[in-house]
Design a protein around this ligand. Structure first.
Ligand code: HPA
Length: 285
């Protein structure tokens, strides 16, 4: 059986052969947030189905393609849609795109997601930069023999969300006169939304947001020494906070509504992140 490293190298070679750009930052655009990739210049769009070994996403609201292009002068590789554990993919499949980014020599990623707001200071449509996470998915993408070519057996997670990038994002939001919150993301398996009792439990253990993605990608990225910025869009207040039910259409609609602020924030942080990656690329292999 071909190992993940060999597969990721094949995916990386294919992706780089499709463009003359050399992407410096990888992005994963969550539910309803894919619009950022529509605005890239010099863009090449590559459906996941064409990329060797790439998983294909099935969730509604995901375009299922990689867009390589320039944003604010920075060459990026942006995933319009990701796959989730709840779709039946393995943890290794969910993190395969991160492995491919690594083989493309991408040393920094921006992960975005739609999330339910647990912190009562948040409102629907708020943007939140993640400071940390709680992995409640009951699983881990590093399970199995460790491949030292990617990283160590027991990677550190104390700086999972790179503080200098958080500061870049907070400063950019301040300059633009926009509120950007900070918070801890609880990653659950899904696909059902939580019960009100689960949300009370999550608040008690220190979560500000809840969602069904991102934590595996962060774990894999940190395994490989990549630096991570993660931004959630509070598409709805979590279960039981408001006297209303949660549905996926609402999640997508909110993503669409905040698109302008979201794209502006990403465009503002990218040049500073790219400068940082150039100056201190972190672990290489
Ligand atoms: N819970 C879990 N995942 C989500 C939510 C939520 O309320 N909203 C968007 N993704």
């Amino acid at each position: 059986m071909t190992d993940d490293f060999t597969k990721a190298e094949a995916a990386s070679r294919f992706l780089l052969s499709q463009t003359s750009l050399v992407p410096r930052i990888g992005l994963v655009l969550g539910s309803g947030l894919g619009g950022f990739a529509d605005e890239l210049s010099d863009a090449t769009r590559i459906p996941y189905t064409n990329i060797p070994f790439f998983p294909r996403s099935t969730a509604v609201g995901h375009a299922a393609q990689m867009v390589i292009g320039n944003a604010a002068g920075v060459p990026v590789a942006a995933m319009q849609g990701r796959v989730h554990l709840y779709e039946g993919y393995s943890a290794h499949e969910v993190t395969f795109p991160m492995r491919a980014f690594d083989c493309m020599n991408i040393r920094a990623v921006i992960l975005t997601n739609a999330a339910g707001g647990i912190n009562l200071e948040y409102k629907q449509g708020a943007l939140v930069v993640l400071t940390d996470h709680i992995n409640l998915q009951g699983h881990n993408p590093l399970i199995g023999p460790n491949d030292e070519r990617f990283g160590p057996r027991f990677p550190d997670m104390t700086q999972a969300y790179w503080k200098p990038y958080r500061e870049i994002a907070l400063a950019a939001a301040k300059r633009a006169g926009k509120t950007l919150y900070q918070g801890v993301y609880a990653g659950l398996l899904g696909p059902n939304y939580e019960t009100p009792a689960e949300i009370r439990y999550l608040r008690t253990i220190g979560a500000d947001l809840v969602g069904m993605s991102t934590v595996f990608e962060v774990i894999a990225a940190r395994h490989m020494g990549m630096k991570v910025l993660a931004i959630s869009c509070v598409t709805n207040m979590a279960a039981g906070i408001l006297d209303q039910v949660i549905n996926h259409e609402e999640v997508l609609e909110t993503g669409e509504r905040v698109k302008g602020d979201f794209v502006a924030l990403l465009r503002a942080v990218l040049p500073e992140m790219a400068k940082d990656v150039e100056e201190s690329p972190g672990a290489q292999h």
